[in-house]
Design a protein around this ligand. Structure first.
Ligand code: DXP
Ligand SMILES: NCC(=O)COP(=O)(O)O
Length: 237
């Protein structure tokens, strides 16, 4: 059974574009869970261009499923996460100006930094996950840091699969098998979608959780558009 954690960054992007409170982030988080979503993921960035740090606090009382906070563990982020105590923290090595996450950790080079940060989160009772590329030495390095889980960075999978290269899933499957052998849980995320999620899930063993945002919110727009256009037309008759 793979849990679906819905990333609501894009809802905050839309809200911030007008400066008001539409769409309401807390209502969306509550509705996602009412509709069966098994987790809420947010990725507050230092510039707060979508999720604001205050949103992360406000969501604490709304999220009754799994609350996953992703981000680069700069001091401000560590302080936020340890104050909130979500179910899981996912460490992502984003540069400050990244448009979106574009790389996994080098768990070998950053072993002592990651080990230190991870033990701090674990001391606070927070499950830890590290965002990684599907490279075996990196998975072994993740084990050395003490992380509970890895999150496989699936951008490459998504773009290759869209071109018809199904073989791309093999490196993800092999890394998931290795993680299972090492006793680390496996999550995945980035550019997963209705097009590719079933193939990925069917081919990657032991997948515990996927976090999906960009495609899921875009698909919700497309799949809801006809209904809403018709609702407006009925009001204008
Ligand atoms: C780690 C990851 O892949 C996602 O959290 C992604 O980075 C979403 O962030 P944005 O919504 O800012 O693109
Ligand atoms: N961890 C991945 C995530 O939360 C969502 O990524 P995306 O679906 O917005 O690419």
């Amino acid at each position: 059974m793979t849990k679906l954690s819905v990333n609501i960054n894009k809802i905050a992007t839309l809200r911030n574009s007008r400066g008001g409170d539409t769409p309401n982030l807390l209502k969306v988080a509550a509705d996602v869970q009412d509709f069966g979503g098994e987790g809420i993921t947010i990725h507050p960035r230092p510039d707060e261009r979508h999720i604001r740090y205050q949103d992360a606090y406000n969501l604490k009382s709304i999220v009754h499923t799994e609350y996953n906070i992703e981000g680069n563990p700069i001091p401000k982020f560590i302080e936020l996460v340890t104050a909130i105590v979500p179910t899981q923290v996912t460490l992502v090595p984003d540069s400050i100006d990244a448009i979106t996450s574009n790389a996994g950790w080098d768990t070998i080079k950053n072993k002592s930094f990651l080990s230190e940060v991870i033990s701090e989160f674990k001391r606070n009772g927070i499950r830890t996950s590290i965002f990684v590329d599907p490279v075996k030495s990196i998975i072994e390095g993740a084990k050395e840091t003490g992380a509970d889980r890895i999150e496989l960075y699936t951008e490459d999978f998504a773009s290759e699969y869209a071109k018809g290269n199904d073989e791309i899933v093999r490196s993800y499957a092999e890394c998931a098998e290795l993680a299972l052998d090492l006793g680390i849980g496996v999550n995945a995320g980035h550019d997963l979608s209705l097009e590719n999620i079933k193939f990925f899930k069917d081919n990657v063993p032991g997948l515990l959780e996927v976090s999906i945002g960009h495609a899921l919110i875009s698909e919700s727009l497309y799949l809801g558009l006809e209904n809403v256009v018709n609702m407006y037309l009925r009001k204008l008759k």
